[in-house]
Ligand binder design. Structure first.
Ligand SMILES: [Zn+2]
Length: 328
């Protein structure tokens, strides 16, 4: 897989420009921002690393989580995701043109992973938090026609898209879901965890919604992943206030266990780390350092491919996947 197939560089750059404009309007009053302790381990020992689009990134000295601090309150983030120009651009101009490519390259393999890993849930109640266009649930429904698929989605426009696909919908943010406690056999959440004001509250709510023995399947960014570590403040993944939390395999396990989850798997099946670093070097003139310049300039396709395999297999990709369970 190549980055350009699932994320067009020109659209991504325009999206980042719009975010910078939104920051100057929606987030102009930084007086309302909230100072927090480490969102993974609660430590007060963290150090500022750099500033980006007016926000400060801090690194926890105890668990290595990278996080925006201070951060906007939840209510401002809700405004941003429901009403801003960048949010609208994201849906129509960034995501839509690559939606079918993402279905094939990302959502179908995820649905197959769930079918193979959790076969006992094939007739259960499955909820996707932040379901968007409903691509994951559609793909899983093809594999598990007897399961009940529920899209949990706050955006009115995306709720309509999910309804048209015949999915049951809960049209609100996770915090506001009522009447479903103890009902879900499986809850999924893709690329949402990094956006949250409070990951801890999010996990507490999920725990309530799961039935005993129910699973949570989560994907998020790994702050200790290859491309983020090399690019650091130049990384486009770090684009506050869009992404606020960069957990790592150790720190996400710690937060899940503190919330009574049993963690079954934390791995990093990402495939794009090298392609992202090489793209930033070639297309945008970012210097990745002497060794990686050498690899970009002189290594052949097989060497780059085996480097990516090594990154993935050693839990060093910036795309992280977690499977956890609520005890019985
Ligand atoms: Zn920490």
């Amino acid at each position: 897989m190549k980055e350009e197939e699932i994320r067009k560089r020109s659209a991504f750059n325009r999206y980042l420009e719009l975010i910078a404009e939104d920051v100057r309007t929606i987030f102009a009053d930084s007086g309302s921002f909230v100072k927090i302790d480490c969102p993974a381990c609660g430590s007060k020992k963290y150090r500022s690393q750099f500033e980006k689009t007016g926000f400060t990134l801090a690194l926890c000295q105890e668990c290595g989580t990278l996080f925006v601090n201070p951060r906007p309150p939840g209510r401002l983030l809700n405004d941003f995701y429901t009403r801003s120009r960048s949010a609208s651009f994201f849906v129509h101009d960034f995501f839509k043109p690559v939606a079918e490519a993402r279905r094939e390259k990302i959502f179908r393999p995820r649905a197959e992973y769930i079918r193979d890993t959790l076969p006992e849930k094939s007739k259960g109640i499955i909820g996707d938090i932040g379901a968007g266009f409903g691509l994951f649930l559609e793909e899983l429904r093809k594999l598990w026609p007897s399961a009940k698929m529920v899209a949990i989605e706050p955006s009115a426009e995306e709720v309509e898209i999910c309804k048209e696909k015949g999915l049951e919908t809960i049209p609100c943010a996770l915090d506001d879901v009522e009447g479903w406690d103890g009902k879900f056999d499986l809850l999924t959440s893709f690329e949402l965890f990094e956006h949250l004001h409070s990951p801890d509250e999010f996990l507490k709510k999920i725990w309530k919604l799961l039935r005993p023995g129910g699973h949570l399947f989560l994907t998020t960014q790994n702050g200790e992943g290859f491309d983020i570590q090399i690019l650091w403040e130049k990384s486009k993944s770090i684009s506050p206030p869009v992404h606020l939390n960069f957990f790592n395999p150790g720190s996400i396990k710690r937060l899940l266990e503190a919330n009574k989850f049993i963690v079954e798997t934390v791995d990093t099946p990402g495939k794009l780390d090298w392609d992202i670093v090489e793209g930033m070097y070639r297309q945008e003139g970012v210097d990745p350092g002497r060794l990686w310049r050498l690899v970009a300039d002189k290594a052949g396709p097989d060497a780059k491919s085996s480097l990516q395999t090594w990154i993935t297999e050693n839990n060093l990709s910036s795309h992280m996947r977690i499977l956890a369970r609520k005890g019985k």
